[in-house]
Design a protein around this ligand. Structure first.
Ligand code: ADP
Ligand code: MG
Length: 568
């Protein structure tokens, strides 16, 4: 094919693809426009995962009637006018691409009224072109309605995930902006249900309560950057926001919200700076809860990296990194004055069971009792008979086998045993359930709610009785017996945070229950308990790895020993 310039329709479609990846991108762009228009109230309504309908309504400045069509032209913006302006962007938008991109891949209707105009303007666009224009009454502000997203882009439509996943992306982006703009009243309705509302009080803590719930809000502290306190020359960059205590850490980075001049960003550098500040305070694989905004002069940061504007580049990365790390660390130190190593272990989770009680409790609650209900499967990879020699660091069982020395990770081994037992019990519908004396309420954030609703049944198969109980609250009546005196709430949250569609839920739940009910590293075991654990390990089909794939044991062969000691 000869080289030629693409026609306008293809160009818009290609360009739109960069801005509008999925329904949540449309929500993001429209909410950013409302915020740029100075709105104090923004209401978002979505249906059918955002594919059928997205409507964003604001009480912002509105678009003057004479400019309404222009707003849908590519590179038409009221936010910058010159090259110099590009160096000092404080608005969220500036590329003039969002509205035309959305109109290229969906049906768009807009009603808008600027402050000094008597009536509003209604425009209807199909395939990016205006097909209808009328005057229409409305109060000052703008309503954009987007319907049938990607109907004409089947490739994109096919690529979308389940409704629950798209809804959770939408709830996620609205939550982020609700956190960044506590002075704005947000309301999000998903399929007619109020999923998130913030009061618009201007207090970050109020937004945090709505987005993350009371438990998080009670364990979070404001960052007081030096420049802020001294009240004199504001230091640049200035770090503000809130950080969560390590006790409310989470199993992914969804609870880490980072903003640069109140623009939500997925900056790796900033995430790293925050996590560095938590260094030594979080267990491995855990991530902090934090909401952080970095204010700096707009000419010290480039936001024009990608059409979605979520990437940023700092002129002085080092200064930003260390400012964030310092501010977060200082807040954390105030939150919990210099913990000793031993305390770190107890506060942050490791051995949480009192040690004296162990020998008794282990037999009854940790699944180590010889269990008749599980028929021993034919071991696929046989483990030789082992003789227990002792316990190392309260974490590893030392055993002797016919061909050398074995070190067994007690937690990983027990995880494997329980994992197989749980899966087996589920198959036979024999999961042991523990009813709670009093039903317990369980709060979730909007994103978790979407995931939980679509996986209640999976959880029920494993013995959880969880039912909806009002806005973002569920009632828990029963849990798997294995978890009855463990932190099952944390386990469920971890699961919900691990994402809606990803992975096999049956597998994921089984792994998670096993992990939370297995003996921990650091727990002292009696000889009998160790013997029982090893005996059960000998029975399982795959004894050599835990369900996460880590080894349960290492072996030092007689040959290796001989070699190390120079015997041959
Ligand atoms: P950008 O935000 O980069 O300027 P958009 O395509 O998102 O580009 O919007 C184009 C223009 O339309 C904006 O510059 C603004 O003037 C106007 N506009 C869009 N949405 C709104 C809104 N909700 N309220 C007021 N003006 C708006
Ligand atoms: Mg915009």
């Amino acid at each position: 094919m000869p080289i030629r310039v693409l026609d306008q329709e293809i160009v818009s479609r290609i360009a739109a693809g960069e801005v509008v990846e999925r329904p949540a991108s449309v929500v993001k762009e429209l909410v950013e426009n409302s915020l740029d228009a100075g709105a104090s109230q923004i209401s978002i309504e979505v249906r059918g995962g955002g594919v059928s309908l997205i409507r964003v309504m604001d009480n912002g400045a509105g678009i003057p009637s004479g400019e309404a069509e222009l707003a849908f032209d590519r590179y038409a913006t009221s936010k910058i006018g010159s090259l110099d302006d590009l160096e000092s962007i404080l608005s969220l938008g500036f590329r003039g691409e969002a509205l035309p991109s959305i109109a290229a891949v969906a049906q768009v209707d807009i009603v808008t009224r600027a402050a000094d105009e008597p009536v509003g303007t209604y425009l209807s666009l199909r395939d990016g072109a205006v097909v209808n224009r009328e005057s229409q009454g409305r109060s000052q502000g703008t309503t954009v309605t987007v319907k049938n997203l990607f109907r004409k882009v089947p490739a994109r439509l096919k690529f979308l995930k389940s409704l629950a996943t798209e809804n959770s992306h939408i709830a996620n982006i609205v939550s982020r902006y609700a956190l960044a703009f506590p002075e704005v009243k947000f309301a999000l309705f998903i399929d007619g249900r109020a999923t998130l509302r913030t009061p618009g009080s201007g207090q970050l803590i109020d937004s945090i309560i709505e987005v993350y719930g009371l438990e998080v809000a009670q364990n979070i502290l404001e960052i007081k950057d030096k420049g802020w306190e001294s009240g004199t020359a504001v230091s640049s960059p200035l770090v503000t926001g809130m950080v969560g205590s390590p006790a409310i850490s989470r199993s992914n980075r969804d609870y880490l919200s980072l903003f640069v001049n109140r623009r939500w960003t997925n900056s790796r550098l900033l995430a790293w700076a925050v996590e560095e500040a938590y260094h030594g305070l979080l267990m491995q694989g855990k991530h902090p809860v934090a909401v952080i905004n970095i204010s700096l002069s707009p000419n010290e940061v480039d936001v024009n990296i990608h059409p979605t504007k979520t990437e940023v580049k700092f002129q002085n990365e080092h200064a930003v990194f260390s400012a964030v790390q310092k501010a977060v660390r200082q807040a954390l130190i105030k939150l919990m004055p210099v913990p000793k190593i031993e305390e770190v272990a107890t506060i942050y989770g490791a051995p949480s069971v009192p040690r004296q009680g162990l020998p008794v409790s282990i037999g009854s609650d940790s699944g180590l009792t010889p269990s008749l209900s599980v028929a021993p499967p034919t071991p696929a990879v046989t483990l030789p008979a082992l003789r227990i020699l002792g316990q190392l660091l309260s974490s590893y069982i030392i055993a002797e086998g016919p061909d050398g020395l074995y070190l067994i990770d007690q937690h990983a081994a027990h995880e494997r045993i329980l994992f197989e037992k749980i899966k087996d019990q589920r198959l036979r519908q024999e999961i042991e359930v523990q009813g709670l004396l009093e039903p317990v309420t369980f709060e979730v954030n909007p994103k978790q709610e979407e995931v939980l609703k679509s996986h209640c049944e999976n959880l029920a198969e494993f013995g959880f009785s969880i039912e909806p109980f009002g806005e973002r609250t569920f009632l828990v009546r029963a849990v798997p017996a294995l978890l009855s005196n463990k932190d099952w709430a944390e386990m469920v949250r971890g699961l919900l945070d691990s994402g809606g569609d990803k992975g096999d839920w049956v597998e994921k739940i089984a792994i998670s229950i096993a992990c939370h009910s297995a003996v921990k590293a650091g727990q002292v075991l009696t000889d009998d308990e160790m013997r029982e654990l090893v005996r059960q390990l000998e029975q399982v089909a795959i004894p050599h790895t835990c369900p996460h794939g880590r080894p349960t044991m290492i072996r030092l062969s007689l040959g290796q020993l001989g070699k190390e000691f120079g015997r041959r």
